[in-house]
Each structure stands twice: as structure tokens, then as C-alpha cells.
Design a protein around this ligand. Structure first.
Ligand code: ADP
Ligand code: MG
Ligand code: ZN
Length: 497
């Protein structure tokens, strides 16, 4: 109770200001400055060479595909591509980086501007992109344990030199939910473009969150803290929510926020101070002398633009227009490209877009989520689901039976036709056969029949249920319902017949 009052007060007194720095590993085959494989998961240090091991005298050669992917992303986000960009050395010491500098970009990044529209409470929040640049990833330290009474760490340089794209937002985000949503949208775009696999657990997509508070109504930015080490959307949201509470408490007590880097501890669900914030001048940036400035020709940029696929926001809008499905459905279905492709195939082939949307969202995604499976591993291909929906539309099977058939298709991989044939699940629409079942049910339940005649309409639902049961779910509910009503009315004293 007490916390609640404080929380609601927090929002009326402070406004949170959030900006995200996202690092995305690019899906190139080789690294950004050498020919080593950039694949994830190989035995430690099996994908290295003098360049990515930082040997003196080894020279970097820029990977054309990495630039292409960065330009593709920049175009998709509506950024301006700088006519000439260049690389800088960012100097610092860390054991996972033997050169003691990281090749990155500084005052001339590859692109800037652009934005992502994020659904906020009851509006859309436009989050502007500050800059997008290319850099190299560093190696990975494994804190391995204790040897001869001393802690020791191992280093794997397979990741050293893997291309990274950094996308920095303007501080336009206002709530932890919006931050998570921005990240979801950005991830969907990267995955759609095929430039990043978007895997946050494996670290191919990483996010640092900057957050500050300011009095409501103030335009001035407060002092920010940077939070690192969150490897899921949920954690980004939780870490920001925690950090907002922490800062509010400090400010309430008359304290000052210090600019620092904090680590999110997912187990304890809190942020811990890691180090005081470093500033740009600490890094002694200077132009990388081994790489020439980079100027992407306008023709090349146009060639890349021509390869841009339809992106999630556009596809979502088109699904609403073209298939007449609700915006909510369209948002769910366009969350990933394979899912949208799957849906679209079923929607087109079955010519029942709304029915297709229900079956994909409720049944298929329900089963897949339960098993932790991706749409790409679906045991039912789009043509299989289409065939099932066709049986349903033609009235060959009832909606109820269709669900059990679906389950069996999912479990066994058999086709809908085969399951229906093997188990004789064809719907009973034949009037004579249904009439026989109706008579049986009426004879067995005189009570509800009498109730219905006295005006208790709900008895009808019960009787239909009994008909479905007697037919083991195979009765055509619509026809059965009609027959039942006709029969009950027909027998009414003073009725038409
Ligand atoms: P730094 O030099 O400390 O890394 P930048 O200016 O590069 O800071 O900004 C890094 C990120 O922090 C950006 O996403 C930016 O939008 C965000 N940011 C900058 N100032 C603030 C602030 N006062 N509060 C919240 N976020 C901020
Ligand atoms: Mg920064
Ligand atoms: Zn190498």
C-alpha cells in the first residue's frame, strides 16, 4: 500500500528519460577485417588469424558485406547515409582485446537520423535514431575457476573481429515498456532484413540502457546512469523500472545521481554500480591509419535499397487492408518474417484470411509456444493447415473435430485428410441420420424438453450439446440446431404443424 502511493507519486513528480544503445552482430560469413569465419559456437580460438588476434603489423581489410548490411539497416530505419565516413581507434585496455584498441567509428559514423515508431500508451512514440555505426566485436572471457589457489580466466578470440553494428537512439523513450517495445521493433527489423539473428541470450543482440529522471514539466536532461548486462526484453524492462525507482529515491532524499555504469543482476533483480562513467576523451580516439575513409557510391546505395524487403510496420498495415484482419492480429502475425510468410500462404490458399489468422494465432502458436518451438520447426506446413481449413469450410468436419484433427496432425505429422479418413470423422450433415439422433436425445431428456417449452431457452444449448455428444462430435451443429428447433416448435401445442 505504502509502495503504491509512493509509485503513483513518482510518476506525477518525475519523468523518466531513456535512450538505448544497441549492438547487433552482423550475419556475415567472415569477420569484419579478416577472412576468418564469424560463425558462433566453434571450438575456442579455432577461428583466428594474426589480424583478429591483434598481432603487430597485421593489416585490416574491410568486409564489403558488413558495410552492405549496415547500409541496408540504415535505409530501413530511414537514416541519412554519410557521404564519407571513417574509422577510429578507441583505445582502452582489456584482456579480451589484444590490440588494446577497438576499431570503431567516431565523429563520422556510417549513418544518422531516422526513427522507429513505437506503440506507446494510447499514441505512437517516434524514437529518433541518433547514429548508426560499424565496429568490431572483442573476444570473450570465460571466468573458469581456480587453479593453484588463484582465480583464472580463459579467453576465446573467435568473437574478436566479428562485425558489430551499433544503433544509438535519441533520449526519446519515456517508460520501461516503451524501451522493451522499441527493442522488439528494432529486433524484428534486423531479423526481417536478415542482417542479424536477433538472439539476445547468445549475445548477438545486446542492449545498454541510459536513464535519467527530471521533474515533470522540465525540458532539461537529468544526470543519467547507463545499465548493462540485460539479455532479454523482460530484463531490459525490469532493469529500467528498478533504476527509475532507485534514482527517484536518491533524488527524494536530496541526493545527486552520479554518472556511472551499472550492471543488472537478474538473480537479485537490482542494478549495481560497476564503474564511474568514462568519457569520450578517456578513449583517446584517433583516426585509424590502416583504413581509408569510406564513401559508398550513390549507385551502390540505390542497389541496396532495391533489395529491401517489406518491413514489419508496412506488412502489418497491408495485412489489415488486404486481409481484413484486426490490427492486433496483424501485429502478432508480422512479429517475425517466417510467421508472416506462413500466415500469408494459408490466408491466400484458403481464401479465408480471418479463419486462417485464428488458427495460426490460437492453435498453431499455442502448440508451438508450449513446446518452445519456432514457426520454422512447425510440424504442420502451411499447405497442411490449408487442407484442414478446407475440410472445415466445406463442412466435411465440424469445428470441434477440426481441433482434434489439428492436434493429431501436430503430434504425428499426418495429413488432415488421412486422419479424417482413418478415424471416420466426417461430419454428419445427412438430415435423416441427424433426425434419428435428435429423436434419441429428445427421448432421453424429457426434463429439459419440458423446460424449453416452458420458455427456458438455455435448455436448447444443453440439448445441442447432447446431440454433439451422441454423435461423438460429428454432428453438423448448424443443421442439428435447425432440426432440433423445428422439432420442438412443431410439437408445441397450438404450433404450426
Ligand atoms: P555517452 O557519451 O555517455 O555514451 P551519448 O551522448 O553517446 O552518451 O548517449 C548515449 C545514450 O544515452 C544515447 O542513447 C542517448 O540517447 C542517451 N542519453 C544521453 N543523455 C541522456 C540523459 N540525460 N538521460 C537519458 N538518456 C540519455
Ligand atoms: Mg556512448
Ligand atoms: Zn582473423
Amino acid at each position: 500500500m505504502e509502495l503504491e502511493t509512493r509509485n503513483s507519486k513518482l510518476e506525477t513528480r518525475y519523468e523518466a528519460v531513456i535512450g538505448l544503445e544497441v549492438h547487433a552482430q552482423l550475419l556475415t560469413r567472415s569477420k569484419v577485417f579478416c577472412g576468418c569465419s564469424a560463425a558462433f559456437g566453434a571450438p575456442p580460438n579455432s577461428q583466428t588469424c594474426p589480424v583478429c588476434l591483434g598481432m603487430p603489423g597485421a593489416l585490416p581489410v574491410l568486409n564489403r558485406r558488413a558495410i552492405e548490411f549496415a547500409i541496408k539497416t540504415a535505409l530501413a530505419l530511414g537514416c541519412d547515409i554519410t557521404s564519407v565516413c571513417r574509422f577510429h581507434r578507441k583505445n582502452y585496455f582489456y584482456p579480451d582485446m589484444p590490440k588494446n584498441y577497438q576499431i570503431s567509428q567516431y565523429e563520422l559514423p556510417l549513418a544518422w537520423g531516422g526513427s522507429i515508431d513505437v506503440p506507446a500508451d494510447d499514441t505512437t512514440r517516434r524514437v529518433r535514431i541518433h547514429r548508426l555505426h560499424l565496429e568490431e566485436d572483442v573476444g570473450k572471457l570465460l571466468h573458469a575457476g581456480t587453479l593453484h589457489a588463484a582465480d583464472y580466466s580463459l579467453v576465446d578470440f573467435n568473437r574478436s573481429g566479428v562485425p558489430l553494428m551499433e544503433i544509438v537512439s535519441e533520449p526519446d523513450i519515456r517508460t520501461p515498456e516503451e524501451a522493451a517495445e522499441y527493442l522488439r521493433q528494432l529486433r524484428a527489423i534486423l531479423v526481417y532484413l536478415g542482417v542479424c539473428d536477433g538472439n539476445m541470450e547468445e549475445g548477438s543482440l545486446r542492449c545498454d540502457a541510459n536513464v535519467s529522471l527530471r521533474p515533470v514539466g522540465s525540458e532539461e536532461l537529468g544526470v543519467k546512469a547507463e545499465v548493462k548486462n540485460m539479455n532479454s526484453f523482460k530484463n531490459v524492462q525490469k532493469a529500467l523500472a528498478y533504476e527509475i525507482q532507485r534514482q527517484a529515491k536518491v533524488l527524494d532524499e536530496g541526493g545527486k545521481i552520479v554518472q556511472e555504469t551499472r550492471l543488472w543482476d537478474a538473480d537479485q533483480e537490482l542494478t549495481l554500480s560497476m564503474r564511474s562513467k568514462e568519457y569520450a576523451h578517456d578513449y583517446r580516439y584517433f583516426p585509424e591509419p590502416d583504413l581509408v575513409p569510406l564513401a559508398a557510391s550513390p549507385q551502390w546505395i540505390e542497389e541496396i535499397r532495391a533489395t529491401l524487403p517489406e518491413l514489419p510496420p508496412q506488412r502489418r498495415g497491408r495485412f489489415v487492408r488486404e486481409y481484413g484482419i484486426p490490427d492486433y492480429d496483424a501485429a502478432v502475425l508480422t512479429a517475425s518474417r517466417p510467421l508472416a510468410d506462413y500466415y500469408e500462404e494459408v490466408a491466400k490458399a484458403s481464401r479465408e484470411p480471418k479463419l486462417a489468422s485464428n488458427w495460426v494465432m490460437v492453435e498453431l502458436l499455442g502448440y508451438l509456444n508450449k513446446d518452445g518451438r519456432e514457426i520454422t520447426d512447425s510440424p504442420i506446413p502451411p499447405a497442411g493447415l490449408t487442407a484442414l481449413l478446407t475440410l472445415l469450410q466445406r463442412g466435411t468436419i465440424s469445428g470441434k473435430i477440426a481441433k482434434t484433427v489439428f492436434e493429431q496432425m501436430y503430434q504425428t505429422g499426418k495429413s488432415a485428410e488421412l486422419i479424417v479418413k482413418e478415424q471416420g470423422l466426417t461430419q454428419i450433415s445427412d438430415q435423416d441420420e441427424l433426425r434419428r439422433i435428435v429423436e434419441e436425445v429428445l427421448a432421453a431428456h424429457p426434463g429439459p424438453v419440458a423446460d424449453y417449452r416452458k420458455g427456458k431457452v438455455q435448455s436448447l444449448t444443453f440439448l445441442v450439446g447432447m446431440i454433439m455428444k451422441a454423435s461423438r462430435g460429428k454432428a453438423n451443429p448448424k443443421v442439428a440446431n435447425e432440426l432440433l428447433i423445428a422439432r420442438l416448435k412443431g410439437e408445441e401445442p397450438g404450433g404450426d404443424r
